[in-house]
Ligand binder design. Structure first.
Ligand code: DGT
Ligand code: CA
Ligand code: CA
Ligand code: ZN
Length: 576
Protein backbone atom coordinates (compact mmCIF):
# COMPACT_ATOMS: atom_id res chain seq x y z
CA UNK A 1 0.00 0.00 0.00
CA UNK A 2 1.65 3.27 -1.07
CA UNK A 3 2.15 5.79 1.69
CA UNK A 4 2.47 9.53 1.40
CA UNK A 5 5.55 11.37 2.56
CA UNK A 6 3.48 13.02 5.29
CA UNK A 7 2.33 9.65 6.63
CA UNK A 8 5.86 8.28 6.70
CA UNK A 9 7.11 11.47 8.34
CA UNK A 10 4.32 11.28 10.93
CA UNK A 11 5.25 7.68 11.76
CA UNK A 12 8.92 8.61 12.21
CA UNK A 13 8.05 11.59 14.41
CA UNK A 14 5.71 9.47 16.49
CA UNK A 15 8.46 6.88 16.84
CA UNK A 16 10.89 9.59 17.98
CA UNK A 17 8.41 10.93 20.54
CA UNK A 18 7.57 7.49 21.90
CA UNK A 19 11.24 6.49 22.09
CA UNK A 20 11.92 9.66 23.99
CA UNK A 21 9.23 9.08 26.60
CA UNK A 22 10.45 5.51 26.81
CA UNK A 23 13.83 6.87 27.89
CA UNK A 24 15.58 6.17 24.60
CA UNK A 25 18.94 7.77 23.91
CA UNK A 26 18.92 11.28 22.62
CA UNK A 27 20.86 10.66 19.43
CA UNK A 28 18.54 7.91 18.37
CA UNK A 29 15.39 9.98 18.91
CA UNK A 30 17.03 12.90 17.15
CA UNK A 31 17.90 10.66 14.20
CA UNK A 32 14.26 9.63 13.75
CA UNK A 33 13.06 13.18 14.07
CA UNK A 34 15.55 14.41 11.47
CA UNK A 35 14.67 11.54 9.16
CA UNK A 36 11.00 12.50 9.50
CA UNK A 37 11.80 16.07 8.51
CA UNK A 38 13.87 14.82 5.58
CA UNK A 39 11.05 12.60 4.31
CA UNK A 40 8.54 15.41 4.63
CA UNK A 41 10.75 17.73 2.59
CA UNK A 42 11.71 15.08 0.07
CA UNK A 43 11.40 16.10 -3.55
CA UNK A 44 9.79 12.84 -4.59
CA UNK A 45 7.34 10.17 -3.57
CA UNK A 46 9.02 8.19 -0.81
CA UNK A 47 7.08 5.03 -1.66
CA UNK A 48 8.88 4.77 -5.01
CA UNK A 49 12.37 4.81 -3.46
CA UNK A 50 14.75 1.94 -2.77
CA UNK A 51 16.57 1.53 0.56
CA UNK A 52 19.83 2.64 -1.02
CA UNK A 53 18.22 5.78 -2.45
CA UNK A 54 16.74 6.60 0.94
CA UNK A 55 20.04 6.06 2.65
CA UNK A 56 21.61 8.58 0.27
CA UNK A 57 19.21 11.32 1.35
CA UNK A 58 20.75 13.93 3.63
CA UNK A 59 19.31 13.38 7.12
CA UNK A 60 18.40 9.73 6.65
CA UNK A 61 20.81 7.17 8.10
CA UNK A 62 21.04 3.46 7.59
CA UNK A 63 18.87 2.53 10.57
CA UNK A 64 16.14 5.06 9.80
CA UNK A 65 16.13 4.08 6.11
CA UNK A 66 15.55 0.50 7.30
CA UNK A 67 12.53 1.59 9.35
CA UNK A 68 11.07 3.46 6.38
CA UNK A 69 11.47 0.39 4.17
CA UNK A 70 9.83 -1.73 6.87
CA UNK A 71 6.89 0.69 6.94
CA UNK A 72 6.57 0.77 3.16
CA UNK A 73 6.77 -3.01 2.81
CA UNK A 74 4.81 -4.25 5.80
CA UNK A 75 2.51 -1.29 6.45
CA UNK A 76 3.93 -0.61 9.89
CA UNK A 77 7.07 -0.58 12.03
CA UNK A 78 7.34 -3.32 14.67
CA UNK A 79 9.13 -1.06 17.16
CA UNK A 80 6.42 1.59 16.72
CA UNK A 81 3.67 -0.95 17.35
CA UNK A 82 5.48 -2.18 20.45
CA UNK A 83 5.72 1.35 21.83
CA UNK A 84 2.13 2.15 20.90
CA UNK A 85 1.02 -0.89 22.87
CA UNK A 86 3.03 0.31 25.84
CA UNK A 87 1.82 3.91 25.67
CA UNK A 88 -1.82 4.26 24.65
CA UNK A 89 -2.67 7.18 22.34
CA UNK A 90 -3.12 10.28 24.46
CA UNK A 91 -0.32 9.53 26.89
CA UNK A 92 2.07 11.04 24.40
CA UNK A 93 -0.02 14.19 24.22
CA UNK A 94 -0.07 14.44 28.01
CA UNK A 95 3.71 14.30 28.19
CA UNK A 96 3.86 17.50 26.13
CA UNK A 97 2.70 19.19 29.30
CA UNK A 98 5.59 20.56 31.31
CA UNK A 99 6.07 18.75 34.60
CA UNK A 100 4.41 15.55 33.44
CA UNK A 101 6.93 12.86 32.59
CA UNK A 102 6.06 9.63 30.80
CA UNK A 103 5.88 7.51 33.98
CA UNK A 104 3.42 9.86 35.63
CA UNK A 105 1.40 10.30 32.46
CA UNK A 106 1.13 6.54 32.21
CA UNK A 107 0.19 6.28 35.89
CA UNK A 108 -2.59 8.81 35.39
CA UNK A 109 -3.79 6.97 32.34
CA UNK A 110 -3.95 3.67 34.21
CA UNK A 111 -5.39 4.93 37.49
CA UNK A 112 -7.89 7.50 36.23
CA UNK A 113 -8.41 6.50 32.61
CA UNK A 114 -7.45 9.96 31.36
CA UNK A 115 -5.96 10.07 27.89
CA UNK A 116 -6.31 13.66 26.74
CA UNK A 117 -5.48 17.03 28.19
CA UNK A 118 -9.20 17.82 28.41
CA UNK A 119 -9.86 14.67 30.44
CA UNK A 120 -6.87 15.44 32.63
CA UNK A 121 -8.25 18.90 33.30
CA UNK A 122 -11.64 17.49 34.27
CA UNK A 123 -10.01 14.97 36.62
CA UNK A 124 -7.85 17.67 38.18
CA UNK A 125 -10.79 19.97 38.76
CA UNK A 126 -12.76 17.15 40.32
CA UNK A 127 -9.89 16.64 42.78
CA UNK A 128 -9.28 13.09 41.63
CA UNK A 129 -5.51 13.47 41.58
CA UNK A 130 -5.02 14.54 45.14
CA UNK A 131 -5.36 11.12 46.70
CA UNK A 132 -3.40 9.30 44.05
CA UNK A 133 -0.12 7.72 45.12
CA UNK A 134 2.79 9.80 43.85
CA UNK A 135 0.64 12.87 43.35
CA UNK A 136 -0.75 15.46 45.75
CA UNK A 137 -2.05 18.97 46.18
CA UNK A 138 1.26 20.37 44.93
CA UNK A 139 1.27 18.39 41.68
CA UNK A 140 -2.39 19.24 41.19
CA UNK A 141 -1.53 22.92 41.37
CA UNK A 142 1.47 22.56 39.04
CA UNK A 143 -0.46 20.64 36.44
CA UNK A 144 -3.33 23.11 36.45
CA UNK A 145 -0.85 25.89 35.86
CA UNK A 146 0.86 23.97 33.07
CA UNK A 147 -2.51 23.29 31.44
CA UNK A 148 -3.41 26.96 31.50
CA UNK A 149 -0.24 27.95 29.64
CA UNK A 150 -0.46 25.06 27.17
CA UNK A 151 -3.15 26.83 25.24
CA UNK A 152 -5.31 25.49 22.43
CA UNK A 153 -3.44 27.84 20.10
CA UNK A 154 -0.18 25.95 20.57
CA UNK A 155 -1.83 22.70 19.70
CA UNK A 156 -3.18 23.82 16.33
CA UNK A 157 -1.75 21.99 13.35
CA UNK A 158 -0.77 23.36 9.97
CA UNK A 159 -3.26 23.48 7.12
CA UNK A 160 -1.00 21.41 4.89
CA UNK A 161 -0.70 18.62 7.44
CA UNK A 162 -4.41 18.64 8.33
CA UNK A 163 -5.46 18.42 4.71
CA UNK A 164 -3.41 15.27 4.16
CA UNK A 165 -5.06 13.60 7.15
CA UNK A 166 -8.52 14.84 6.14
CA UNK A 167 -8.27 13.55 2.58
CA UNK A 168 -7.10 10.19 3.78
CA UNK A 169 -9.93 9.96 6.32
CA UNK A 170 -12.50 11.00 3.74
CA UNK A 171 -11.27 8.24 1.50
CA UNK A 172 -11.77 5.78 4.36
CA UNK A 173 -15.17 7.25 5.19
CA UNK A 174 -16.37 6.92 1.60
CA UNK A 175 -15.64 3.18 1.57
CA UNK A 176 -18.04 2.61 4.48
CA UNK A 177 -21.30 1.04 3.21
CA UNK A 178 -24.22 3.45 3.27
CA UNK A 179 -22.16 6.65 3.03
CA UNK A 180 -23.59 8.66 0.15
CA UNK A 181 -21.59 11.86 0.51
CA UNK A 182 -18.75 13.01 2.71
CA UNK A 183 -16.87 16.26 3.16
CA UNK A 184 -14.64 18.05 5.57
CA UNK A 185 -16.02 21.21 7.17
CA UNK A 186 -14.85 23.66 9.86
CA UNK A 187 -11.69 25.73 9.70
CA UNK A 188 -10.11 23.28 7.25
CA UNK A 189 -12.80 23.92 4.65
CA UNK A 190 -12.36 27.63 5.26
CA UNK A 191 -8.63 26.98 4.70
CA UNK A 192 -7.37 28.71 7.80
CA UNK A 193 -3.59 28.54 8.13
CA UNK A 194 -3.86 26.36 11.23
CA UNK A 195 -6.54 23.91 12.29
CA UNK A 196 -7.76 23.22 15.83
CA UNK A 197 -9.66 20.04 15.13
CA UNK A 198 -10.94 18.34 12.02
CA UNK A 199 -14.68 18.33 11.34
CA UNK A 200 -15.99 15.63 9.01
CA UNK A 201 -19.50 15.20 7.75
CA UNK A 202 -21.16 12.21 6.11
CA UNK A 203 -24.61 11.65 4.62
CA UNK A 204 -26.13 8.22 5.28
CA UNK A 205 -29.38 6.53 6.32
CA UNK A 206 -27.51 4.20 8.69
CA UNK A 207 -25.59 6.60 10.95
CA UNK A 208 -24.99 4.12 13.74
CA UNK A 209 -23.17 1.66 11.48
CA UNK A 210 -21.19 4.45 9.88
CA UNK A 211 -20.00 5.79 13.23
CA UNK A 212 -18.98 2.32 14.29
CA UNK A 213 -17.08 1.55 11.10
CA UNK A 214 -15.38 4.93 11.24
CA UNK A 215 -13.96 4.12 14.68
CA UNK A 216 -12.26 1.12 13.10
CA UNK A 217 -10.41 2.99 10.34
CA UNK A 218 -6.65 2.28 10.44
CA UNK A 219 -5.50 5.80 11.23
CA UNK A 220 -7.56 6.12 14.41
CA UNK A 221 -5.72 5.92 17.69
CA UNK A 222 -8.48 6.33 20.21
CA UNK A 223 -12.21 7.00 20.32
CA UNK A 224 -12.88 9.87 22.72
CA UNK A 225 -16.64 9.71 22.58
CA UNK A 226 -19.36 8.25 20.38
CA UNK A 227 -23.13 8.53 20.01
CA UNK A 228 -25.63 7.23 17.48
CA UNK A 229 -24.88 9.96 14.89
CA UNK A 230 -21.50 11.34 15.88
CA UNK A 231 -18.14 10.59 17.39
CA UNK A 232 -14.86 12.23 18.33
CA UNK A 233 -11.59 10.43 17.82
CA UNK A 234 -7.88 11.07 18.07
CA UNK A 235 -5.76 10.08 15.08
CA UNK A 236 -2.49 8.24 15.62
CA UNK A 237 -0.62 11.51 15.47
CA UNK A 238 -2.85 13.26 17.95
CA UNK A 239 -5.26 15.26 15.78
CA UNK A 240 -8.83 15.37 17.07
CA UNK A 241 -11.49 14.53 14.50
CA UNK A 242 -15.22 15.15 14.99
CA UNK A 243 -17.50 13.17 12.71
CA UNK A 244 -21.24 13.77 12.29
CA UNK A 245 -23.53 11.66 10.20
CA UNK A 246 -26.72 13.26 8.88
CA UNK A 247 -29.57 12.28 6.59
CA UNK A 248 -28.87 13.07 2.91
CA UNK A 249 -31.60 15.75 2.80
CA UNK A 250 -29.79 17.55 5.66
CA UNK A 251 -26.30 17.33 4.19
CA UNK A 252 -26.20 20.86 2.73
CA UNK A 253 -27.51 22.61 5.81
CA UNK A 254 -25.23 20.56 8.07
CA UNK A 255 -22.25 21.36 5.84
CA UNK A 256 -23.19 25.03 5.97
CA UNK A 257 -23.49 24.91 9.76
CA UNK A 258 -20.29 22.99 10.49
CA UNK A 259 -18.20 24.93 8.00
CA UNK A 260 -18.77 28.08 10.01
CA UNK A 261 -17.35 30.36 10.95
CA UNK A 262 -19.53 30.92 13.95
CA UNK A 263 -19.66 34.66 13.19
CA UNK A 264 -20.69 33.99 9.58
CA UNK A 265 -23.39 31.57 10.75
CA UNK A 266 -24.80 34.07 13.23
CA UNK A 267 -25.14 36.67 10.44
CA UNK A 268 -26.81 34.23 8.07
CA UNK A 269 -29.19 32.97 10.74
CA UNK A 270 -30.19 36.53 11.65
CA UNK A 271 -31.03 37.15 8.02
CA UNK A 272 -33.12 33.96 7.97
CA UNK A 273 -35.05 35.11 11.02
CA UNK A 274 -35.71 38.50 9.43
CA UNK A 275 -37.10 36.66 6.42
CA UNK A 276 -39.45 34.65 8.62
CA UNK A 277 -37.36 31.47 8.24
CA UNK A 278 -35.49 29.20 10.61
CA UNK A 279 -32.04 27.90 9.73
CA UNK A 280 -30.30 25.09 11.61
CA UNK A 281 -28.01 22.19 10.81
CA UNK A 282 -31.18 20.20 9.99
CA UNK A 283 -32.39 22.49 7.22
CA UNK A 284 -34.06 25.74 6.31
CA UNK A 285 -37.67 25.81 7.50
CA UNK A 286 -40.73 27.95 6.93
CA UNK A 287 -43.45 27.38 9.51
CA UNK A 288 -41.99 24.00 10.36
CA UNK A 289 -41.76 22.89 6.75
CA UNK A 290 -38.37 22.14 5.17
CA UNK A 291 -37.73 24.36 2.16
CA UNK A 292 -34.03 23.62 1.63
CA UNK A 293 -31.25 21.43 3.04
CA UNK A 294 -29.68 18.94 0.68
CA UNK A 295 -27.04 21.27 -0.77
CA UNK A 296 -25.44 24.49 0.42
CA UNK A 297 -26.41 26.27 -2.81
CA UNK A 298 -30.04 25.33 -2.17
CA UNK A 299 -29.86 26.75 1.37
CA UNK A 300 -28.16 30.03 0.44
CA UNK A 301 -30.35 30.28 -2.66
CA UNK A 302 -33.57 29.94 -0.64
CA UNK A 303 -32.25 32.72 1.59
CA UNK A 304 -31.93 34.93 -1.47
CA UNK A 305 -28.14 34.98 -1.43
CA UNK A 306 -25.16 33.82 -3.45
CA UNK A 307 -23.11 31.03 -1.86
CA UNK A 308 -19.92 32.56 -0.46
CA UNK A 309 -16.86 30.39 -1.09
CA UNK A 310 -15.92 28.74 2.23
CA UNK A 311 -12.65 30.70 2.64
CA UNK A 312 -14.68 33.94 2.67
CA UNK A 313 -16.98 32.91 5.53
CA UNK A 314 -15.45 34.97 8.33
CA UNK A 315 -18.06 37.73 8.58
CA UNK A 316 -15.90 40.34 6.90
CA UNK A 317 -18.80 41.70 4.85
CA UNK A 318 -19.36 38.63 2.64
CA UNK A 319 -22.94 38.09 3.87
CA UNK A 320 -23.96 41.61 2.87
CA UNK A 321 -22.32 41.23 -0.56
CA UNK A 322 -23.88 37.79 -1.12
CA UNK A 323 -27.31 39.29 -0.39
CA UNK A 324 -26.73 41.93 -3.06
CA UNK A 325 -25.38 39.34 -5.50
CA UNK A 326 -22.08 41.19 -5.48
CA UNK A 327 -19.49 38.64 -4.29
CA UNK A 328 -16.06 39.08 -5.88
CA UNK A 329 -14.94 36.26 -8.17
CA UNK A 330 -11.97 34.88 -6.32
CA UNK A 331 -8.74 33.66 -7.87
CA UNK A 332 -8.59 29.88 -8.32
CA UNK A 333 -5.77 27.43 -9.03
CA UNK A 334 -6.83 27.16 -12.67
CA UNK A 335 -6.25 30.89 -13.19
CA UNK A 336 -2.50 30.65 -12.64
CA UNK A 337 -0.25 30.74 -15.68
CA UNK A 338 3.07 30.39 -13.92
CA UNK A 339 5.08 30.27 -10.72
CA UNK A 340 7.33 33.21 -9.85
CA UNK A 341 9.50 31.86 -7.05
CA UNK A 342 11.51 28.63 -7.12
CA UNK A 343 15.00 27.34 -6.38
CA UNK A 344 17.46 25.04 -8.12
CA UNK A 345 20.79 23.43 -7.27
CA UNK A 346 22.36 26.85 -7.85
CA UNK A 347 21.16 27.63 -4.31
CA UNK A 348 19.26 25.44 -1.84
CA UNK A 349 16.96 23.68 -4.34
CA UNK A 350 17.28 19.97 -5.01
CA UNK A 351 16.96 19.84 -8.80
CA UNK A 352 18.42 21.47 -11.88
CA UNK A 353 16.71 24.38 -13.56
CA UNK A 354 15.80 22.05 -16.42
CA UNK A 355 14.12 19.53 -14.12
CA UNK A 356 12.17 22.27 -12.39
CA UNK A 357 11.14 23.83 -15.70
CA UNK A 358 9.94 20.49 -17.08
CA UNK A 359 7.87 19.93 -13.96
CA UNK A 360 6.36 23.41 -14.34
CA UNK A 361 5.61 22.72 -18.01
CA UNK A 362 3.92 19.46 -17.00
CA UNK A 363 1.60 21.49 -14.77
CA UNK A 364 0.49 23.37 -17.87
CA UNK A 365 2.17 26.66 -16.97
CA UNK A 366 3.06 29.20 -19.67
CA UNK A 367 6.02 30.59 -17.77
CA UNK A 368 8.14 29.79 -14.79
CA UNK A 369 10.76 31.77 -12.87
CA UNK A 370 13.83 30.25 -11.28
CA UNK A 371 14.84 32.58 -8.44
CA UNK A 372 17.91 31.31 -6.61
CA UNK A 373 19.29 33.11 -3.56
CA UNK A 374 21.60 36.08 -3.95
CA UNK A 375 25.04 36.17 -2.38
CA UNK A 376 24.25 37.91 0.89
CA UNK A 377 22.25 34.95 2.13
CA UNK A 378 25.36 33.18 3.34
CA UNK A 379 23.71 30.30 5.18
CA UNK A 380 22.86 28.51 1.95
CA UNK A 381 24.65 28.07 -1.37
CA UNK A 382 24.04 31.23 -3.35
CA UNK A 383 24.82 32.88 -6.66
CA UNK A 384 28.29 34.21 -7.36
CA UNK A 385 28.64 36.65 -10.25
CA UNK A 386 29.99 33.78 -12.38
CA UNK A 387 27.02 31.61 -11.39
CA UNK A 388 24.67 34.31 -12.63
CA UNK A 389 26.34 34.32 -16.06
CA UNK A 390 26.32 30.53 -16.28
CA UNK A 391 22.72 30.46 -15.19
CA UNK A 392 21.72 33.04 -17.77
CA UNK A 393 23.31 30.96 -20.53
CA UNK A 394 21.60 27.84 -19.19
CA UNK A 395 18.20 29.56 -19.16
CA UNK A 396 18.76 30.81 -22.72
CA UNK A 397 19.58 27.33 -23.98
CA UNK A 398 16.64 25.91 -22.09
CA UNK A 399 14.28 28.43 -23.65
CA UNK A 400 15.47 27.33 -27.08
CA UNK A 401 14.99 23.69 -26.19
CA UNK A 402 11.57 24.20 -24.61
CA UNK A 403 10.23 26.77 -27.07
CA UNK A 404 6.47 26.41 -27.39
CA UNK A 405 6.22 24.46 -24.12
CA UNK A 406 7.16 26.94 -21.42
CA UNK A 407 9.12 30.16 -21.03
CA UNK A 408 11.75 30.17 -18.30
CA UNK A 409 12.36 33.52 -16.65
CA UNK A 410 15.76 34.16 -15.15
CA UNK A 411 15.00 35.42 -11.67
CA UNK A 412 16.67 36.16 -8.37
CA UNK A 413 15.55 36.00 -4.76
CA UNK A 414 17.50 38.94 -3.43
CA UNK A 415 18.13 39.16 0.28
CA UNK A 416 17.07 42.39 2.02
CA UNK A 417 20.00 43.62 4.10
CA UNK A 418 20.03 45.61 7.33
CA UNK A 419 19.69 48.89 5.46
CA UNK A 420 17.34 47.52 2.85
CA UNK A 421 20.23 46.94 0.44
CA UNK A 422 20.10 43.99 -1.99
CA UNK A 423 22.84 41.53 -2.94
CA UNK A 424 24.28 43.11 -6.07
CA UNK A 425 24.88 46.41 -7.78
CA UNK A 426 22.06 47.88 -9.84
CA UNK A 427 23.47 46.79 -13.20
CA UNK A 428 23.58 43.17 -12.00
CA UNK A 429 20.03 43.32 -10.66
CA UNK A 430 18.92 44.86 -13.95
CA UNK A 431 20.13 41.77 -15.82
CA UNK A 432 17.46 39.51 -14.28
CA UNK A 433 13.99 39.05 -15.78
CA UNK A 434 12.39 39.08 -12.33
CA UNK A 435 13.69 40.08 -8.90
CA UNK A 436 11.96 38.91 -5.73
CA UNK A 437 13.27 40.71 -2.64
CA UNK A 438 12.85 38.93 0.71
CA UNK A 439 13.77 39.25 4.36
CA UNK A 440 15.68 36.26 5.71
CA UNK A 441 17.66 37.35 8.74
CA UNK A 442 17.41 39.67 11.74
CA UNK A 443 13.64 39.55 11.58
CA UNK A 444 13.04 40.60 15.17
CA UNK A 445 13.90 44.29 14.86
CA UNK A 446 11.67 47.16 15.91
CA UNK A 447 8.68 47.82 13.69
CA UNK A 448 10.16 51.08 12.47
CA UNK A 449 13.50 49.49 11.57
CA UNK A 450 11.93 46.48 9.86
CA UNK A 451 9.49 48.63 7.92
CA UNK A 452 12.29 50.90 6.74
CA UNK A 453 14.31 47.92 5.45
CA UNK A 454 11.32 46.66 3.50
CA UNK A 455 10.38 50.09 2.12
CA UNK A 456 13.93 50.62 0.84
CA UNK A 457 13.78 47.29 -0.96
CA UNK A 458 10.41 48.15 -2.50
CA UNK A 459 11.80 51.49 -3.66
CA UNK A 460 14.63 49.76 -5.52
CA UNK A 461 13.66 50.16 -9.20
CA UNK A 462 14.80 46.61 -10.03
CA UNK A 463 12.50 44.85 -7.55
CA UNK A 464 9.27 43.31 -8.87
CA UNK A 465 7.97 41.20 -6.00
CA UNK A 466 8.27 41.42 -2.21
CA UNK A 467 8.82 37.75 -1.23
CA UNK A 468 7.17 36.22 1.88
CA UNK A 469 6.81 39.75 3.33
CA UNK A 470 6.99 39.07 7.08
CA UNK A 471 9.30 36.04 7.02
CA UNK A 472 7.14 34.03 9.41
CA UNK A 473 7.73 30.29 9.69
CA UNK A 474 4.95 28.40 11.44
CA UNK A 475 4.62 27.09 14.05
CA UNK A 476 7.50 28.69 15.90
CA UNK A 477 8.82 31.77 14.15
CA UNK A 478 6.44 34.72 14.10
CA UNK A 479 6.90 37.20 11.27
CA UNK A 480 8.55 40.57 11.47
CA UNK A 481 6.56 43.39 12.94
CA UNK A 482 5.83 45.56 9.89
CA UNK A 483 3.68 48.60 9.30
CA UNK A 484 1.70 46.70 6.70
CA UNK A 485 -0.25 49.71 5.55
CA UNK A 486 2.95 51.57 4.76
CA UNK A 487 4.29 48.48 2.96
CA UNK A 488 1.12 48.22 0.86
CA UNK A 489 1.17 51.91 0.03
CA UNK A 490 4.80 51.73 -1.11
CA UNK A 491 4.22 48.55 -3.11
CA UNK A 492 1.33 50.22 -4.87
CA UNK A 493 3.35 53.35 -5.62
CA UNK A 494 6.39 51.49 -6.95
CA UNK A 495 4.62 48.80 -8.96
CA UNK A 496 5.78 45.96 -6.70
CA UNK A 497 3.59 42.88 -6.25
CA UNK A 498 3.24 41.37 -2.79
CA UNK A 499 3.91 37.66 -2.64
CA UNK A 500 1.52 35.20 -1.09
CA UNK A 501 3.98 32.42 -0.41
CA UNK A 502 2.15 29.11 -0.80
CA UNK A 503 4.35 26.99 1.43
CA UNK A 504 2.08 25.80 4.28
CA UNK A 505 4.71 26.77 6.84
CA UNK A 506 4.75 30.32 5.52
CA UNK A 507 1.41 31.40 3.99
CA UNK A 508 2.90 34.87 3.97
CA UNK A 509 1.20 37.35 3.26
CA UNK A 510 -1.23 35.77 5.66
CA UNK A 511 -4.97 36.06 5.10
CA UNK A 512 -5.51 39.26 7.12
CA UNK A 513 -2.62 41.01 5.40
CA UNK A 514 -3.83 39.88 1.98
CA UNK A 515 -7.28 41.26 2.84
CA UNK A 516 -5.78 44.61 3.79
CA UNK A 517 -3.56 44.71 0.69
CA UNK A 518 -6.49 43.86 -1.54
CA UNK A 519 -8.55 46.67 -0.02
CA UNK A 520 -5.68 49.03 -0.74
CA UNK A 521 -5.59 47.93 -4.37
CA UNK A 522 -2.24 46.11 -4.36
CA UNK A 523 -1.02 43.54 -6.86
CA UNK A 524 -0.08 40.02 -5.79
CA UNK A 525 2.13 37.13 -6.88
CA UNK A 526 1.11 33.70 -5.60
CA UNK A 527 4.27 31.58 -5.62
CA UNK A 528 5.27 28.20 -4.24
CA UNK A 529 8.94 28.93 -3.46
CA UNK A 530 9.44 25.32 -4.61
CA UNK A 531 12.76 23.67 -3.81
CA UNK A 532 11.74 20.50 -5.67
CA UNK A 533 9.28 19.63 -8.46
CA UNK A 534 6.85 18.18 -5.96
CA UNK A 535 6.61 21.46 -4.08
CA UNK A 536 5.14 23.09 -7.19
CA UNK A 537 1.93 21.38 -6.03
CA UNK A 538 1.76 23.60 -2.93
CA UNK A 539 0.10 26.31 -5.04
CA UNK A 540 -3.38 25.40 -3.72
CA UNK A 541 -2.45 26.64 -0.24
CA UNK A 542 -1.34 30.01 -1.55
CA UNK A 543 -4.52 30.29 -3.58
CA UNK A 544 -6.62 29.39 -0.52
CA UNK A 545 -4.88 32.12 1.48
CA UNK A 546 -5.50 34.59 -1.34
CA UNK A 547 -9.16 33.58 -1.36
CA UNK A 548 -9.35 34.22 2.38
CA UNK A 549 -8.10 37.72 1.55
CA UNK A 550 -10.77 38.06 -1.20
CA UNK A 551 -8.09 38.36 -3.87
CA UNK A 552 -9.34 38.23 -7.47
CA UNK A 553 -7.48 36.76 -10.46
CA UNK A 554 -7.05 40.16 -12.12
CA UNK A 555 -4.95 41.35 -9.15
CA UNK A 556 -2.52 38.41 -9.33
CA UNK A 557 0.32 39.08 -11.78
CA UNK A 558 1.00 35.40 -12.43
CA UNK A 559 -2.51 34.90 -13.79
CA UNK A 560 -1.62 37.36 -16.55
CA UNK A 561 -0.56 36.32 -20.04
CA UNK A 562 3.22 36.50 -20.55
CA UNK A 563 3.03 39.68 -22.66
CA UNK A 564 1.23 41.56 -19.90
CA UNK A 565 3.52 40.12 -17.24
CA UNK A 566 6.54 41.29 -19.26
CA UNK A 567 5.18 44.84 -19.31
CA UNK A 568 4.81 44.64 -15.53
CA UNK A 569 8.38 43.32 -15.19
CA UNK A 570 9.62 46.14 -17.42
CA UNK A 571 7.88 48.52 -15.01
CA UNK A 572 5.95 50.03 -17.89
CA UNK A 573 2.28 50.91 -17.46
CA UNK A 574 0.08 47.81 -17.46
CA UNK A 575 -3.41 48.26 -18.81
CA UNK A 576 -5.91 45.58 -17.97
P1 DGT B 1 -10.95 25.22 14.82
O1 DGT B 1 -11.39 23.81 14.94
O2 DGT B 1 -10.62 25.85 16.11
O3 DGT B 1 -9.83 25.37 13.86
O4 DGT B 1 -12.16 26.10 14.21
P2 DGT B 1 -13.56 25.62 13.62
O5 DGT B 1 -14.14 26.79 12.93
O6 DGT B 1 -13.41 24.37 12.84
O7 DGT B 1 -14.44 25.39 14.92
P3 DGT B 1 -15.10 24.10 15.58
O8 DGT B 1 -14.37 22.84 15.23
O9 DGT B 1 -15.23 24.40 17.02
O10 DGT B 1 -16.56 24.06 14.97
C1 DGT B 1 -16.80 23.78 13.62
C2 DGT B 1 -17.89 24.65 13.10
O11 DGT B 1 -19.13 24.32 13.73
C3 DGT B 1 -17.71 26.13 13.39
O12 DGT B 1 -16.89 26.77 12.45
C4 DGT B 1 -19.11 26.63 13.34
C5 DGT B 1 -19.91 25.49 13.89
N1 DGT B 1 -20.19 25.71 15.32
C6 DGT B 1 -19.63 25.09 16.35
N2 DGT B 1 -20.15 25.53 17.51
C7 DGT B 1 -21.05 26.46 17.18
C8 DGT B 1 -21.94 27.29 17.92
O13 DGT B 1 -21.98 27.27 19.15
N3 DGT B 1 -22.73 28.15 17.22
C9 DGT B 1 -22.69 28.20 15.85
N4 DGT B 1 -23.45 29.05 15.20
N5 DGT B 1 -21.88 27.43 15.14
C10 DGT B 1 -21.07 26.58 15.79
CA1 CA C 1 -12.64 22.40 13.68
CA1 CA D 1 -14.83 20.50 15.97
ZN1 ZN E 1 13.05 33.24 0.74
Amino acid sequence: MPRTNFEVAAALHELADLLQINGGDRFRTLAYRRAGDAVRGLGRDVSTMTGAELNAVHGIGKATAGKVMELLQSGTIALLEELRAKYPAGVLEMTRLSGLGPKKALALHDALGVGTLEELEVALKAGRLRDLKGFGAKSEENLLRALATHSREERRILLGDALVVAEEMLEGLRTIPGVERASYAGSLRRMRDTIGDLDLLAAAFNPREVVEAFGGLPNIGRVLGAGPTKCSVLTRNGLQVDLRVVAPEEFGSALQYFTGSKAHNVKVREHAVRSGLKLSEYGLFRAGERIAGSTEEEVYGALGMQTPPAPMREDRGEVELALRGALPSLVSVGDLRGDLQSHSVYSDGRRTIREMALAAAAKGYEYFAITDHGRNLSIVRNLSLEDIERQRAEVKALNEELAGRIVVLHGLEANIGMEGELDYADEVLAGFDVVVASLHHQLRGEREVMTRRVLRAIENPHVHVLGHPTGRMMPRRPGSDLDMEAVCRAALAHGVALEINANPRRLDLKDDHAFLARQMGCLFAISTDAHSPRELDLMRFGVATAQRGWVEAKDVVNTWPLEKLRRFLAKSPVSS
